[in-house]
Ligand binder design. Structure first.
Ligand code: NAP
Length: 248
């Protein structure tokens, strides 16, 4: 069953990893997919072609999610190119890990800008069109680290916890216009972001997860399909943990 037929989605940071997985599942479910990337132009071109293989419209846009004006321009372009926008997935994110003792002001600010301010930028940009059409689903990518904290990731944890407060507030502000806003808190998902981690740490994480494995981009994408589709029409302001039971 195709759950997203006739819907258009904008996914930030979809040139690889979780974002790419979401773009693929969305196209498989019949959604037209606009997506962004920061620097991976070639990967974006290749993904466009892959998505079109599902018979949907697809286009990649180079756009820095941390830039307010760029987000406004992006949403204008997407609506012009696709004729509307039903789902926004704020997925773009980075890490710049260090112990608080060593972290620089620059690395703190950068992570907050790319991970948290970007969510404000894009949500602001889709606000008017979604309010006007009296429907929309906004999905924000938080993290298990935003829920429980993590040593060596004060900047990242602050950005991801900030997303949770932002999500609940947006849900309260926009509910009366049928615009929903939810967050997903992935646990340990095996992508390029986690490939940078020490293999010993990775093994011990896998072992401590009740389902005894790292997650895949598809595991997160399936949760996004649910939250983007009308199957979740009565769900807003929630955080869905996609973590193999990590927080249980
Ligand atoms: P990833 O493999 O490193 O991919 C990051 C994506 O974000 C890339 O497409 C990248 O584009 C894009 N991006 C980076 N900076 C950007 C910017 N300023 N503007 C627009 N796009 C930008 O990361 P991932 O593991 O898939 O993670 C995706 C999201 O899930 C992130 O928000 C991350 O914090 C969250 N998350 C991940 C895990 C995990 O275990 N992997 C767990 C919890 C939460 P380029 O390719 O052009 O650089």
């Amino acid at each position: 069953m195709k759950l997203l037929e006739n819907k258009t989605a904008l996914i930030t940071g979809a040139s690889r990893g979780i974002g790419k997985g979401i773009a693929m599942e969305f196209a498989r479910h019949g959604a037209h997919v606009a997506f962004t990337y920061n620097a991976s132009a070639e990967a974006a071109k290749a993904l466009e072609a892959e998505l079109e293989g599902f018979g949907v419209k697809a286009r990649g846009y180079q756009s820095n999610a941390a830039d307010f004006d760029a987000a406004q321009q992006l949403v204008k372009d997407v609506i012009e190119d696709f004729g509307g926008l039903d789902i926004l997935i704020n997925n773009a994110g980075i890490t710049k890990d260090n112990l608080l003792m060593r972290i620089s002001e620059e690395d703190f600010d950068k992570v907050i800008e790319v991970n948290l301010k970007s969510v404000f930028n894009l949500t602001k940009a889709v606000l008017r069109p979604m309010l006007k059409q009296r429907s929309g689903s906004i999905i924000n990518m938080s993290s298990v680290v935003g829920v429980k904290g993590n040593a060596g990731q004060t900047n990242y944890a602050a950005s991801k916890a900030g997303i949770l407060g932002f999500t609940k507030s947006v849900a309260l502000e926009l509910g009366s216009r049928n615009v929903r806003c939810n967050a997903i808190a992935p646990g340990f998902i095996e992508t390029e972001m986690t490939a940078k981690l020490d293999p010993k740490t990775v093994d011990s994480w896998r072992d401590s997860i009740p389902l005894k494995r790292g997650g895949t981009p598809e595991d997160v994408a399936n949760a996004c399909v649910f939250l983007g589709s009308d199957m979740s029409a009565y769900i807003t302001g929630q955080t869905l943990n996609v973590d193999g039971g990590m927080l249980t």
